[in-house]
Design a protein around this ligand. Structure first.
Ligand code: ATP
Length: 305
């Protein structure tokens, strides 16, 4: 369990994290999303004791990271895969951590196997690793102490498609065994596939949080009728807006079952009725963080607003 409560972190006059509250629960993968500079890494750094909070608290398993009796066995952390000692081999990196944590020697080979680094690769110096290999080594390091909680900042960075799938399966299995995973990523599709819960942050503040199903349901409905004007009027009569999607359908904030009932009452035929999650997490993310984005975004033709 990870608990962030009213967490604020200022750097001089700049507020990087502003009164942030959320939890990441056992048995679930919590996706932490936000544009560049939104405050994700800062939250994670406070959580693992690398940066003190200005106010508020961040705890793992009910304690601040610095108060955990055996942090390596309680929390696996991967914040920056490139921050590993470049002159050591992968095997040396893990062996040092294994000794520091007082783990059995066999654990190193187990973890190398777990992340599919070969003997030859494990014997190479980290400076010669590709980014994807560094991520695998970082994951091996995070899993070494068999922790209950994983905190991962952009772990899929640099992984090829097979590596991304491997990572997804690993996190799913870890959560299914009761582990808590907090995962930040810009790879929205990856988060959409693997996360159970989502926390969306923009300019240091939480703009949405909840289960993935709840948040995607709030993306609304796409509906198509031979008489879109009459359908828009029926929706407006029930207090819901409707926008043309650009390909003849309408996008509305009303849930699909209500849209179906309103169409029935108005005697309107429908040729399509579906939750707008075709537009998916990306559109939700852009909508929720619209006023915190650097770039101005526009809704692509055919995507739900
Ligand atoms: N040590 C620091 N000193 C001053 N400002 C900082 C420091 N660390 C972070 N910031 C600022 O805090 C804000 C949040 O940064 P943070 O790295 O947490 O964002 P992020 O959401 O992880 O972004 P990205 O997705 O780009 O990694 C940024 O404006 C950043 O410049």
């Amino acid at each position: 369990m990870i608990t962030i409560e009213n967490l604020t972190r200022r750097y001089g006059a700049h507020t990087a994290v502003d009164d942030v509250t959320f939890t990441a629960r056992p048995g679930r993968v919590t996706g932490f999303l936000g544009p560049n500079g939104a405050g994700k890494s800062t939250c994670m750094r406070v959580l693992v004791g690398l940066t003190p909070p200005t106010s508020g608290s961040a705890t793992v398993l009910g304690r601040r990271f610095v108060d955990l009796p055996d942090p390596g066995r309680e929390v696996g952390v991967l914040l920056d895969a490139s921050a590993q000692h470049a002159g050591r081999t992968g095997r040396e990196t893990l062996t040092l951590a294994q000794r520091t944590m007082g783990l059995p020697r066999a654990r190193v080979q187990e973890m190398l196997d777990r992340v599919s680094l070969t003997d030859e690769e494990a014997g190479r110096r980290v400076r010669h690793y590709s980014l994807g290999m560094r991520q695998r080594l970082g994951i091996a390091h995070a899993l070494l102490g068999d922790p209950e909680v994983l905190v991962l900042d952009e772990p899929a960075n640099g992984l090829d498609p097979a590596g991304i799938r491997w990572m997804r399966d690993l996190l799913r299995e870890y959560a299914d065994r009761g582990g808590t995973v907090l995962l930040s990523s810009h790879l929205l599709h990856e988060i959409e596939v693997v996360a159970d819960d989502l926390v969306v942050i923009g300019r240091g503040r939480i703009v949405a949080s909840g289960t993935k199903a709840e948040l995607l349901a709030s993306a609304g409905t796409v509906v198509r009728s031979p008489d879109p004007e009459a359908l828009a009027r029926a929706l407006a009569g029930a207090g819901h807006g409707a926008e043309p999607t650009g390909d003849g359908a309408l996008s509305t904030d009303a849930p699909p079952d209500l849209v179906g009932r309103l169409a029935l009452q108005a005697g309107l035929a429908l040729s399509e009725l579906r939750a707008a999650d075709g537009a998916g997490l990306e559109q939700m993310f852009l909508d929720l963080t619209a006023d915190t984005q650097r770039e101005t975004t526009t809704t692509p033709p055919g995507a739900a607003a």
